[in-house]
Structure formats: structure tokens, C-alpha cells
Design a protein around this ligand. Sequence first.
Ligand SMILES: C[S@@+](CC[C@H](N)C(=O)[O-])C[C@H]1O[C@@H](n2cnc3c(N)ncnc32)[C@H](O)[C@@H]1O
Length: 338
Amino acid sequence: MYFFTEKTESYVREKLVQESLFQIGYNKTMSTPVITLGPKVMPAMAKKSGGLAKNKLNRIYEKDCIAFMDELSEKVLDVVVTSPPYNIHKNYSKYKDNKESGEYVEWMGMVAEKSKRVLKDNGSFFLNIVGAPSEPWVPFDVAKEFSKHFTLQNTIHWVKAIALPKDSTETKSNTNGLNGDISLGHFKPINTPKYLNQCHEYIFHFTKNGTVALDKLAIGVPYQHESNMTRWKTKSNKRDRGNIWFIRYENKQGAFAPIVHPATFPEKLPYLCVKLHGAGPETVVYDPFMGIGTTALACLRLGVSFLGTEIDPRYIKEAEKAILKRKTDLETSKSNGH
Ligand SMILES: C[S@@+](CC[C@H](N)C(=O)[O-])C[C@H]1O[C@@H](n2cnc3c(N)ncnc32)[C@H](O)[C@@H]1O
């Protein structure tokens, strides 16, 4: 322990003020001195968003996600949203999607553990995953591994394709706006009598303690009948969307587009997840498996910051092209007053 004389104390204080590390003011009655951070420190603080330097944000790093998370300070991210490799022999250009199943689940567990450290206490982790028809337990094994670190707060079903035959939608008095058999969305047909086509995937929503309040109406859907507003005593004409989300692939990565990446998700998926968590100007979103930048595009649309990691430089190049184009499009529509 050091003991300072009054003289040394006032010398140190003066020195710190001179060096602009601290500044001394007075409270409203001018009776008590108030010490605040000085001009040398304040700009450095201003350049940070939730503990992350702003110049490190809005970038995709060519790096292994685990190594990247190890370098981050703790509790700096609001949302992690991602679709990892599913271990189903997808033909990525660099990554080999065929780990031994125990090793794969363990690796996913490590992603969960590392993410927990860098996620804020009220953060959300949205994990999009599905198994192959012959390996149906994969998503559940991974979710179970995640549950060692997180609480499963919501299970969302991403419906990629759905058939609504007329006889299942209309009642005697109401066609519900559907005038025939309807089939929506895309799926990859499965050519075996054993398995049904896979028309959905999971989005597991994990949080640290299962109590994160969500902005449900931000992604709400309109009530079918306005009378429900009175019945449920709500002022909003929107209701909670529920946990079944129909999201179709946009054409760019749909059935007819050239395939630049074999396993992307549609932009609306991370968009809805981030909005549901709550999106503000200080929100920081991380996608550990960024692919060709879909999560980054969703973040640009939402006006939130993003961080991404991807081990394949080819995918990063595609992502950077898409990000640049999106920024230009957003600037153009802003200057056109939209
Ligand atoms: C399912 S894809 C994600 C696609 C992305 N959601 C999109 O829409 O473009 C998984 C990605 O993880 C990448 N990857 C695999 N191992 C990784 C690791 N250890 N760190 C970072 N990225 C990795 C793969 O190269 C692949 O692009």
C-alpha cells in the first residue's frame, strides 16, 4: 500500500488532468468536485460499441470461429445467429462436412461454450440446423450439447415448403382467401420410398437463463379478423407470429440460380431472428459461419452492426461483393427518399 501526502496527491491529480486523462468539474451547487474521464479517454470510448472497437465491426474475418471468439472480450455480443455445417456431406469448396458424429457434436458444444462467454447476459443465440433423413438425431444431439451451456428458450420451425390443399383450408362459409390447392416454397425432392421430402428446418433459440424478453410484435403478423383485437384486448393490429415461420428462398439462391455456396439460408431468417431479439443502433450480431454473407446483409437492412467469421476466402469474396452492392443500394434508396 502507498501513502501519499496531500502535496503528492494534488500533484498526481494535476498531472492526470494535464495529460487529459481526467477532467475535474463541479456539481450544480458548485460544492463538490466531480471527476470525469478526460478528452484523451472519451474519444476512445466513443469508438466502442458494447466493448468492441467500431473499426473492428462490420467485417468478415477469415478465421476459425473458435479462435476468433477466444480473442473477443466477454459479453460483447447481443445476438449470435448462424447455420453451422450440418455434417451431412455437403460439398463445400474448402470445409469437409464429414466429421465423425461424436466429434461433430463435441465441436458444436465448443461453439456453444465459447459463444456463451462473448454473449451479453441478455443475448440470444439462434441456431439453424437440421439432420439428413437418415440421421434424424443430429439436430437434437447438438441442441442437447448446447443445453450444457444455454437454456432452450424457443424452438422455431422454419417451413421451407408447404402444401395447402383446398379441402384443408376452406370451411363451409369461408374460403380463407384461398381458391384452390396451393403449394408454396422450394424443397429438394427425395428419391426413396423410405423418407418424406424435408420441408422444414429447426431454429433453436438459446439464451443464458431462458428469460430474455423478446420484441415479438416487431415481427408480428396481422390478425386475420379485427374482432380478435377486441377479444384479446390489444391495441396493436398485429399478433405474435408464433413459432412456425414460412420463409421461402429468394430466387438468387433458389432452384434456378447458379450455386455459389451449397448451403445458404434466406436473408429473411437472420432478419427475423435479430428483429425478434430486438434491434437497435448499438446492437452487435455475430455469425460464426458466415458463408456468403447472408447474415451481414440482414444486418445492413436492419441498421445493426455485424461480425462474421468464415474459413473459406472464396465465400468471403462473394460476401464482400454482396455487402458492397447492398450498401450502394441502401445509399441510393436513401438519397431517393425511400
Ligand atoms: C451452412 S454454411 C453457412 C452459410 C451461411 N448461412 C450463408 O447463408 O451464406 C457453413 C459455413 O461454415 C464455414 N465453416 C466451416 N468451419 C468453420 C470454422 N471453423 N469457422 C468459420 N467458418 C467455418 C463453411 O465454409 C461454410 O461456408
